[in-house]
Design a protein around this ligand. Structure first.
Ligand code: DAH
Length: 343
């Protein structure tokens, strides 16, 4: 019995070591490992032994059985792996294209404008999206109860102490508060641009979204004047809409600049003749701008007797809508790939 066991062990190990393919493996499985196979058969005969022999040979039989089964398992997985490998390495199959991501349309426009300003010597800076009421409004000449607050309703976050207004937090309604932060941090002279996300409490529709992007610019120095602002905005217009673009500036009230104005560019679609995009006026209202109000300079710790500054701000979301002919502002934040894949 013992000899038989050792013999079967050696034969099976031999066979498993030299097996060439799955068909042969199947045959070995059937011959030795199946329910009526030679190993089961042998185990069956253990019953006929005396109890003393059973103890010795039974242990040996179990050990050999286990060894063979594990070798069998190993051999089988070797062939399984081989089949899997064969499947993926069929070089005659056409390749599977990997989906590659790309920049968001707002990011594309933002980088384009950033490139222009860095080439003009401006630095790009950042500010918090959750801003203090003070920086977002009061420091920009919009005190509490000022009617200009109505134009920029936002999401208010209450502070533990209602009397301490500086601690009240709001989701910033524009990138302008970073003007104050920049002045405080870097002082004058200063040339910075501030791209960023802004928020307003809007009843959203195709032209209004609660979350949108702006681009702010500020330049402070001795003798910065309106001509500087005008020439800068002319360069911006040419970069954004082409060399033939013309600028016109019309007075507009913004509490943080004086004089304040609206920069309008000739419509890039009709060249100023009037069309659907410019609502037949020939002009596109793009940028709010002006010379920084002395109170605002003061709030930033800059002496208005010594320095003056220009500032401007426009909507990147609106710009992207115009340039890419997008008819709904809400698409930009929708995460809808059918929209995003078009860029
Ligand atoms: N902050 C203004 C807005 O959100 C835009 C703006 C207007 C920015 C005039 C400026 C400026 O810096 O001078 O509507």
């Amino acid at each position: 019995m013992k000899d038989k066991l050792i013999k079967i062990k050696n034969t099976v190990l031999d066979k498993l070591n030299t097996v060439n393919n799955e068909v042969e493996l199947k045959a070995i499985d059937l011959q030795y490992f199946s329910r009526k196979g030679e190993i089961s058969e042998l185990m069956h005969h253990l019953k006929e032994l005396s109890s003393e022999q059973k103890r010795e040979i039974g242990a040996l039989a179990n050990q050999i059985k286990k060894e063979l089964e594990s070798k069998m398992k190993e051999t089988r997985s070797f062939f399984d792996e081989k089949t899997n490998l064969n499947e993926v390495s069929d070089i005659t199959l056409p390749g599977r294209k990997l989906k590659k991501g790309h920049l968001h349309p707002i990011t594309i426009i933002q980088r384009e404008v950033e490139d222009l300003f860095t080439s003009l010597g401006f630095s790009i800076i950042d500010g918090p999206e959750l801003e203090s009421d003070y920086y977002n409004f009061s420091a920009l000449n919009i005190p509490p109860l000022h009617p200009a607050r109505d134009m920029q309703d936002t999401f208010y976050v209450s502070s533990p102490d209602d009397k301490k207004q500086e601690l009240d937090l709001v989701m910033r309604t524009h990138t302008s508060p970073v003007q104050i932060r920049a002045m405080k941090k870097y002082g004058a002279p200063l040339k910075v641009v501030i791209p960023g996300r802004c928020f307003r409490n809007e009843a959203t529709d195709a032209r209004h979204e609660h979350t949108f992007y702006q681009f702010e610019g500020m330049m402070i120095g001795e003798n910065i004047n309106f001509s500087n602002l005008k020439s800068l905005l002319e360069i911006v217009g040419k970069k954004l809409f082409g060399e033939d673009t013309k600028l016109r500036m019309r007075p507009k009230y913004y509490p943080f600049v004086e004089p304040g104005n609206n920069g309008e560019y000739t419509c890039f679609l009709c060249g100023g003749k009037g069309c659907r995009v410019c609502k037949n006026t020939g002009w596109l209202e793009i940028v709010g701008a002006g010379l920084i109000h002395p109170d605002v300079l003061r709030a930033g710790g800059v002496d208005p007797e010594k320095y003056s500054g220009l500032a401007f701000g426009f909507g990147l979301t609106r710009l992207a809508m115009l340039k890419y002919a997008v008819n709904d502002a809400r698409l930009f934040n929708s995460g809808d790939l059918r929209f995003l894949e078009q860029f």
